[in-house]
Ligand binder design. Structure first.
Ligand code: GRG
Length: 322
């Protein structure tokens, strides 16, 4: 299948739904929310949700509110992750970070508003039977909170500048990045009414894809310290796969996770083809071999990274982009 086309079409569907749910208003908060949410992320999580719903036998549109909610939560995490108290980044999705444009206070509120709105959107998904909706909302809450992403972020902060074992690194990533990717797949399956064995297979797929995604991201960062996302993991002495396993070891780990993801889908037939293609696309991003760009900015997985100067060496202007 033409995965690039598939991702572009599904990404556009998500973009339109997000823009419609949060239309432009005159308030600065809404401007700031739209600035970050509609900034051209790859929409990996919502696309996984839609694809998993289809594997479960439901139309993708049924899962669209949940897909939007996951992108809102993901965007909130990026806005907060970029704050001076966290990674202190200047660029995200190829443009100045929320706090650089709107100030720290509003950037915090953008994250708060997106997280809250995500739950409103899920609860309001009337087309999804109430029992499934409640189950899915509970899973998203667990994945986003202390047991999942927020807890993983706390572990990551604590690991800065310290020696980290592979087991601990995996735990950090399972929670910080993996939990949201895993739940993106599970929520699509739950909303779509997957039977227990399909749900189990899709869950395993989500776990392996989550780890593969993070390892690839680490490899890209190792090759290029300063990215369009403004990350600077080397400067912060962050725990990463290449730092612990070496570049080759990290590549091998990504390949193992990819194989395990595909194996989890083995019995799910042609309906799972988009999920297979997404897993393969994640670990074979073109920039991986060239080490010259990243999929983290703009539409599509292979958009170029723009070089940036070290954050701490740059003067803060607080000016919005031209
Ligand atoms: C602040 C509560 C809180 C959590 C932050 C996910 C996270 C936790 C921080 C992001 C840090 C980071 C850059 C991790 C690497 C993997 C990752 C999540 C990359 C960004 O996701 P993509 O590549 O981004 O899907 P786009 O912009 O395409 O949506």
């Amino acid at each position: 299948m033409d995965v690039t086309r598939y991702l572009a079409t599904r990404g556009a569907l998500v973009d339109r739904a997000l823009a419609a749910r949060l239309p432009a208003t005159r308030t600065r908060l809404r401007q700031a929310i739209r600035y970050s949410l509609l900034a051209g992320g790859k929409r990996v999580r919502p696309i996984l949700t839609l694809a998993a719903a289809e594997v479960a036998g439901a139309p993708a549109r049924l899962a669209l509110p949940f897909a939007c909610a996951l992108e809102m939560i993901h965007t909130y995490s990026l806005v907060h992750d970029d704050l001076p108290a966290m990674d202190d980044d200047d660029l995200r999705r190829g443009r100045p970070t929320s706090h650089r444009v709107y100030g720290e206070g509003l950037a915090i509120l953008v994250g708060d508003a997106l997280l809250t709105e995500a739950f409103r959107v899920m609860v309001g998904a009337q087309a999804v039977p109430a029992a499934r909706r409640v189950a899915a909302v509970a899973e998203v809450a667990a994945a986003a909170g202390e047991q999942g992403m927020v807890g993983g972020q706390a572990l990551d902060l604590a690991a800065e500048g310290r020696r980290t074992s592979v087991a601990r690194l995996q735990d950090i990533h399972r929670r910080k990045t993996g939990a949201l990717l895993r739940v993106a797949v599970r929520v699509g399956a739950l909303v779509g009414g997957a039977n227990p064995s399909t749900l189990r297979r899709l869950t395993a797929y989500g776990e392996h894809v989550g780890l593969a995604f993070q390892i690839v991201d680490d490899i890209l960062d190792a090759a290029e310290t300063h990215t369009a996302d403004g990350r600077k993991d080397k400067e912060l002495a962050k725990a990463t796969y290449p730092a612990i396993l070496g570049l080759e070891g990290a590549r091998e780990s990504a390949a193992r996770e990819h194989a395990a993801a595909l194996s989890a889908l083995r019995l799910l037939g042609p309906k799972a083809e988009p999920l297979r293609a997404i897993a393969t696309h994640i670990i074979t991003r073109p920039e991986l071999s060239a080490f010259s760009g990243s999929g983290s900015a703009g539409r599509g997985f292979a958009a170029p990274r723009t070089p940036r100067a070290p954050a701490r060496a740059r003067a803060s202007t607080g000016e919005p982009p031209a």
